[in-house]
Design a protein around this ligand. Sequence first.
Ligand code: F3S
Length: 653
Amino acid sequence: MGQTITEKILDDHLVEGELTPGEEIGIEIDQVLTQDTTGTMVWLQFEALDLDEVQTELAAQYCDHQTYQFDFKNTDDHRFLRSAAGTFGAYFSRPGNGICHQVHKENFAAPGKTLLGSDSHTPTPGGLGQLAIGAGGLDIAVAMGGGPYYVEMPEVVNVQLEGELPEWATAKDVALELLRRLTVKGGVGKVLEYTGSGAEALTIPERTTITNLGTELGATSSIFATDEKTKEWLSLQGREDEHVDLEPDEDAEYADTIEVDLSELEPLIAKPSMPDNVVPVREVAGESVDQVIIGSCTNGAYEDILPAAKMLEGREVGRKTEMIVAPGSKQASEMLAREGWTAELMAAGVNFSEATCGACIGIGHVPASDSVSLRTFNRNFEGRSGIEDDSVFLCSPEVATAAAIAGEIVDPRDLADELGDLEDPGLEMGGNYGPGMGESDPDIISPDEAVDDDLIKGPNIGDVPLKDELSSDIKGPALLKMEDNITTDHIIPATADILKFRSNIEKLSEFTLSRVDETFAQRALDADGGFLVAGENYGQGSSREHAALCPMFLGIEGVLAQSFARIHKANLFNFGLVPLTIDEETYERIEQGDDVQIVDDVGEGVREGREEFTIRVNDDWEATAQLDASERERDILAAGGKLSWTKAQHDSG
Ligand code: F3S
């Protein structure tokens, strides 16, 4: 039987298991990436594993999430990351050089290779034919040590794009249309493989916008075939020799097929505060707009900012609207500057940010209270912008720029009719793409140029906490009952005032779930053990392992949820917290404060492969909870987490 692109790459990298959907497989990892919010833990864990050197073909450390310096802690973290990259043999991308996914795409992403990254939007280079997966930091540390990455073999779904995008509809609208149809859970357990004449017509930056947003669908990864466009783009980056031809076999079988006729798309927008809350722009036209930001790992490439610059040529940003361009990489900034577009944008009233995640996680450019912000980003979770009552819409650069000109949300087709001389800027690839990694790049320090050969830890950088082996008796109060779609932003917010403690777990854990209940951390410490209870899709959002590590530090033993987001569930195993699935009836019945006990000998049950556990609530009623875990995940859980488990494996030879 023929193979899909995903199956071909996985087959090439398979070290354990079979390519049967739902079965756990182990794959060899070629490249890893990590960023500053997750990276300090990755390197502290790598250090704890007592390994000397990175074992993957390539590892890259980026500093992108928090590049504005508030105090010494952040600068200390960046220095530590540089020292770790130098000591263990990774590339180091300096703060301000850009967002990991953009910079990785430009410099290292390679068709046919596997990439594991401690950031949920790691699948971005799927637009270049790389099979890229987001994971928790500990998985990255283990992969860097040469260990396989284990994941449930996803179903491969074919997204068939046919036709051509009409004027003013963009790649962002393709992704928003999928979110509208499938919701933020629609891609869970799947790789979305894009084919069809419509996919071939898209440029590489358009493809990577779509693969980036696959994360919002919950997909394990998203991928396109490679073609002449891939080759051309790689050659613009000075990396033509890394091109390989990749396409599905003609008789490849997909688990499902989704058809999208591009010619039927129109400008779309995601309303507050979920990326799948998508409607046609015309439906919300007229809403006054206070702020517009173009950038992020979704739409921060040169080709994403160019349409805004063209639309604003000879025009001005409306007087009551603030417009900011935050390029995804310094390469994008440099190209805009070299080609004169920075000056055009500035003359139109646009402000520039350095190339950073920044505003995407509420660090800088926080919207005013009770105001509307239009962003080209991928997430608009409530409060993520840095203010609780935010009102963030997600859209294409074209829709965002139209709003900046009009001062209100407007369909760019209507604005074009009104102005008479506003044309769809279209999208092209080209321009001066910079030197590529073959030549010297002052913003990326290669392992050969490393300036450190020992770790430099500031006073805010602590140790990695370890958990004891899983005990036989787990009981405690249901400390917090939460609803559906609790995100990792709810569990550990990534705003600047909190994020600065990312390398200091004791301090950071004080903020655990504080956005849901301010008293939670103290109550958890006082209770010395207990459970979290949640509805569907618990842990949606980022790969942030702090969202499992901090509850573990506070003594949480397990999470009872109706369902879990993939990466977060893996992180719960990695830090020794038992993720149990409960049905809706149990969820409805259980109350915050109830006493919960897992009746059976949990440690033994986990080791023996038991899938059902009985929970007793208030010594009054009982229910069944499921543990859906592979043999390896059970071993990890029993050992008290992956760090202890991996150490034990290394020690035993
Ligand atoms: Fe950064 Fe936001 Fe992307 S935090 S990695 S720009 S989703």
